[in-house]
Structures are given as C-alpha cells and as structure tokens.
Ligand binder design. Structure first.
Ligand SMILES: *[C@@H]1O[C@H](CO)[C@@H](O)[C@H](O)[C@H]1NC(C)=O
Ligand SMILES: *[C@@H]1O[C@H](CO)[C@@H](O)[C@H](O)[C@H]1NC(C)=O
Ligand SMILES: *[C@@H]1O[C@H](CO)[C@@H](O)[C@H](O)[C@H]1NC(C)=O
Length: 531
C-alpha cells in the first residue's frame, strides 16, 4: 500500500516539475544564439527549440537563430504538436517544426570526448503523434546511454504528404532539416554531427527506412534503430500518390495552383479533407494498405530505392538494429478488425485472409502449416489471424529486409530482435488482449526503451536496463553486444539470428519468416503491387 502510494506521489511530483518551470534554467551558447533549458530531476537538461520554419505546403527552411518553439518565452514550455485529427485545436500549430533535446550531465575531466546523439522519430501512421507523446521524455534514456536524445516533430498528414501542387515529400525533408539543424548545434552541447544515430518506432521507423533509401540523407547519420516498422507496405508509388493527391485536391475549394486560396484555408478544412482521402485510400488504390495509406513516395529523385533485391541500395554503410514486438498485430486484429471480447468462429479465418491478401496469396497461406486452424473446430480465429498479421505486416517483412541489407546491399551489419516483454502503451489500455500475460502489442516497446514505464515490474526494469545498455553500446561501438549480456549475432542472408528481448526464451521461433515463405512463396504488398 505504502509502496504504491509513494509511486503515485513521485509520479505526480515528476509531472509537476515537467509542466511548471520552477527548476533551474541552464543557458548554453550555440552558434545560433543562446539556448535556454531546464534542469530535470534525472540530471538531464531539456531544451525546446524551433529547428525550421515552413510556409504551408512549402519546403521547410532550417532556422538560423536559436528560438524557443511557438514564440514562447518560457524555456520550460513544451512545443505544440503538428495539426492532426482527434486533437484539440489548442494543442497544435502549423508552426510545429520543433525538437526537444535532452542533454545528459557531462562527466568533468579531459577524457569526456564527444557525446553520441540519438534522434527519436515518433510514430503515428505519418498523420499523428508528437515529441510530447506519452513515454517520450528522453531524460532517462539520455542519462542511461550518456547520449544526447533529440525527439523531433515533422509535419503530418495532408500538410506533409499531400501538397496540392507538390512536392509530396515535405515531412521527409523536414526530418532531414531537423538533423541538419542538430548538426550545427550539437557541438555546443558536447555532441557532434558525425555521431548521430536515428531511432524510431512504427511510421517513425518507416521514416528512417525512407532516409536509408535517400542518397542525399546518407551523410546525416551513422547508424539507425528501427522498431516495429510495418515494412510490408513499402513506399507509395508515384502513380498511387497521384490518385490520392487528386482525390484530396478535388475536395478543396481552391485550384491546386492558387497559393493565396490554399493559404487561406482553415486547418480544419484540410484535416477533414485528409480524413476523407485517408478513409477512401484503400478503395481508391489497394496498394495503399490499411495501416498508413498516406506515406512517403518512391519518387526516384529523393527516395531512390525499394531497398530489396530489385534495385541498388544507396551507397552507404550503416549498422542497423531492427526490432518488432511479439504481437504487433494485436491491436489490429483484436480492436480494429474484430473489436470486442467475443471469440471469432474458426471458419472466419480463410475468408478474412482472402479479403486481405486476395485469393492466390490467401490460398498459399491457408494451405501452409504456419497458421493452423480447423475450420470446423471451436478455436478462436483471432489467434492465427494475429500471428499472420504480425508476420505479414511486421516481423517477416523486417527479417526479409535484414537479409537484403546484409546480403544484397553490402551495407553494414544488422541485428534483429523481438520484444517478448513490453509495457502497455495508453493506446492499448482498453484492448483486453493486449493486457493478457505474455502479450506484447504494437507500441508496447516504447516506454521500455525510454525507461518511462510508470511502475515497472522486475521483468520490465530488467529489459529497460538491457535495452539501454545495448543501445549505448550500439551508439558508441556500432555493436549492441555487451559483456554479461547474451550474445546477439548479426543477421546473415540465411538466418537473421533473431534475439528474444526480455523473457526467458533463448531463441525466437522462425516459423513463417523462413526465407522460402514470406517474400518468396507469398509476396509482401510492395512486391504484389510492384511499388
Ligand atoms: C522531393 O524533394 C526533393 C528535394 O527538394 C525534390 O528535388 C524532389 O523533386 C521532390 N520529389 C518530388 C516527386 O517532388
Ligand atoms: C484564387 O482563389 C481566390 C479565392 O480564394 C479567387 O478569388 C481568385 O480569383 C483565385 N485566383 C486565380 C488566379 O484563380
Ligand atoms: C522467467 O522465468 C521466471 C522463473 O521461472 C518467471 O518467474 C518469470 O515470470 C519468467 N519471465 C517471463 C517474462 O516469462
């Protein structure tokens, strides 16, 4: 009783110190002006900064002065998020190209050297999320990894990817500008432009994959960590992007070239047109898929490679960490497809697979031994559907990418892992399946990595310690192996050597992620639709 009460008290004290800037203000001199930050209870200093400005639907321009976000004067104020659906207008602004920078305390002495920087790119299907999302306070991660943690924002939804008169890649350019801005100021905080590692989850990891496919981004970072990237979808083709763009443009009361008319549109008009296009996307163009239909485009200019065996990789050599979670498809199956708690009859399995994959791919899946279910039995069809969804959208697609990365691209090592312990993210709190013992749903890795699980169990605390120790080693030595922890072997072209992260298993079951099944016998969407 006392313990849990203390937990609540210390949590609310933390929340209080975050929102009310009564803590010490720290100033640092940067080439772009004086930075003001707030000393946090963890010992890290948090700086909020506007890294770029952008006219609506124009490319962003890197800031030339150090400024607080949103014309704030309080260095403790948190930046407004980018406009998005399901958020109150007062929480967002188009002036949203901001970074929260968490700087660890410096160990005094001559051997200090340069700090590494971990740039976190948040998820949210390219149309939601922010640097201030739950669990993304970078203080603990900065201290634990002795690295600067930079949590950045980029434009979302139509304002990012559906500029009526182009270009369709504004948020990719925003992300690159954020890293360029950091490159200029990191030395003032003990960091350096040459020691930047990108890390992100879900579409944030998808943004990093986009940058891996972008020749002009190669010099901006040295390594990357991709968590739960739904790689099955691939990029959009320019043809698909045009279909979505035309649908969006047709809803606006402006000609696509009438800049003054477009500039005068309310954000809500844009969001509601976006919502319509987003809902219609799969029927307009099946290659968009369900999860994040509006996403970066393989335009051949900025983004030049599908990152598989069909095209050369950008000339680069970067080590990668590639992770998924045990039940990435849990929320999709148990909340989106079949909400509620009732079991789904076994004979729903095959028709659901056909609906999703089309007859030919479905037949191969149903005939295989990987997702067994007796259509006349009384098993819950959600069980094999969850396994299938996780394999198809996330796990096997990531493993295929790992094999391509180390085999086809000659592009550096890759280590593959699966989170077998997680911490329920707020989005999953009302999904009973995600609360079951041993289930790790999409996003349940976020607070583990950041060390922000509210009242961690012993297993969660142990995994946070392991992950942060491995991330630190990866940032410092380009290798997540650390004496005292299980050996993490890099992926080869035959075997990705997936490491279970957390839990007691010594190996991850390969199952349908064997090289001859997903990506070969059954195509991923990016292959099937030939993006
Ligand atoms: C994306 O951005 C780059 C850089 O500004 C630009 O050169 C390119 O043409 C853009 N791509 C498309 C398809 O508009
Ligand atoms: C641009 O749109 C405005 C309405 O906002 C309209 O009055 C104006 O005539 C349009 N300009 C052109 C060149 O079509
Ligand atoms: C690992 O094994 C121990 C001892 O059997 C058990 O108490 C613990 O719950 C297991 N951890 C996980 C995450 O399964």
């Amino acid at each position: 009783m006392l313990r849990s009460l203390l937990g609540v008290l210390s949590l609310s004290a933390f929340a209080h110190s975050r929102s009310v800037p009564r803590s010490t203000t720290i100033t640092s001199s940067t080439p772009l002006g004086t930075a003001q930050g707030i000393l946090d209870t963890s010992g890290a200093t948090r700086y909020a900064v506007r890294y770029a400005t952008a006219e609506r639907w124009q490319e962003s321009v890197v800031a030339t002065n150090w400024q607080l976000p949103n014309d704030f004067t309080d260095p403790g104020a948190l930046p407004l998020q980018c406009p998005q659906l399901d958020a109150d207008d007062s929480t967002f602004s188009e002036d949203c190209l901001s970074i929260l920078l968490y700087v660890p305390p410096r160990t005094p002495g001559p051997a200090a050297g340069n700090l590494n920087t971990l740039v976190w790119i948040h998820g949210g299907s390219f149309d939601s999320g922010s640097a201030t999302g739950t669990g993304l306070d970078g203080s603990n991660l900065a201290v634990a990894t002795n690295a600067i943690v930079a949590v950045l924002q980029y434009r979302l939804g139509a304002l990012a990817l559906l500029a009526p008169n182009g270009p369709p890649n504004l948020s990719v350019l925003d992300t690159m500008n954020a890293i360029k801005f950091l490159g200029q100021v990191l030395p003032s905080f003990g960091g350096t432009a040459s020691a930047i590692t990108l890390a992100g989850q879900s579409s944030g990891a998808g943004m990093i994959r986009t940058l891996l496919a972008t020749p002009s981004a190669q010099s901006l970072f040295k390594s990357a960590i991709l968590q739960s990237d739904p790689m099955d979808y691939g990029f959009l083709s320019t043809a698909t992007q045009t279909i979505l763009q035309d649908n969006f443009n047709s809803q606006l009361p402006c000609a696509a070239t009438n800049t003054s008319c477009l500039s005068s549109l309310s954000v809500n008009t844009i969001l509601s047109a976006y919502s319509n296009t987003n809902s219609a996307a799969t029927s307009l163009a099946p290659s968009t898929g369900l999860g994040e239909p509006i996403r970066p485009v393989l335009d051949g200019t900025l983004v030049t490679s599908r990152l598989d065996s069909t095209a050369p990789f950008p000339a680069t050599s970067k080590p990668l960490l590639l992770t998924t979670v045990l039940n990435d498809a849990g929320p999709t199956i148990y909340n989106v497809l079949f909400p509620g708690t009732s079991p789904v009859p076994a004979d729903f399995f095959a028709p659901t697979v056909e609906e999703t994959l089309g007859d030919e791919r479905a037949q191969t899946v149903v005939d295989s031994s990987y997702y067994p279910i007796d259509p006349n039995g009384d098993e819950d069809a959600r069980v094999p559907l969850q396994l299938l969804g996780t394999d198809y959208i996330w796990r096997c697609a990531v493993w295929t990418f790992a094999r391509e990365w180390v085999g086809n691209g000659a592009t550096g090592l890759a280590w593959v892992g699966v989170f077998e312990v997680g911490a329920t993210y707020p989005d999953n709190e009302d999904i009973p399946y995600c609360l079951e013992e041993g289930v790790v749903c999409h996003e349940d890795d976020i607070e583990i990595v950041f060390g922000t699980v509210p009242s961690p169990t012993a297993a969660q605390a142990a995994l946070t310690l392991e992950i942060q120790t491995r991330y630190r080693a990866f940032l410092e030595n380009a290798d997540p192996n650390v004496p005292g922890l299980a050996t993490w072997s890099p992926a080869t072209t035959d075997d990705v050597n997936a490491l279970p992260l957390g839990g007691n298993a010594t190996a991850v079951d390969v199952g349908a992620c064997t090289p001859s099944f997903w990506g070969d016998a059954v195509q991923y969407d990016y292959q099937f639709y030939d993006i």
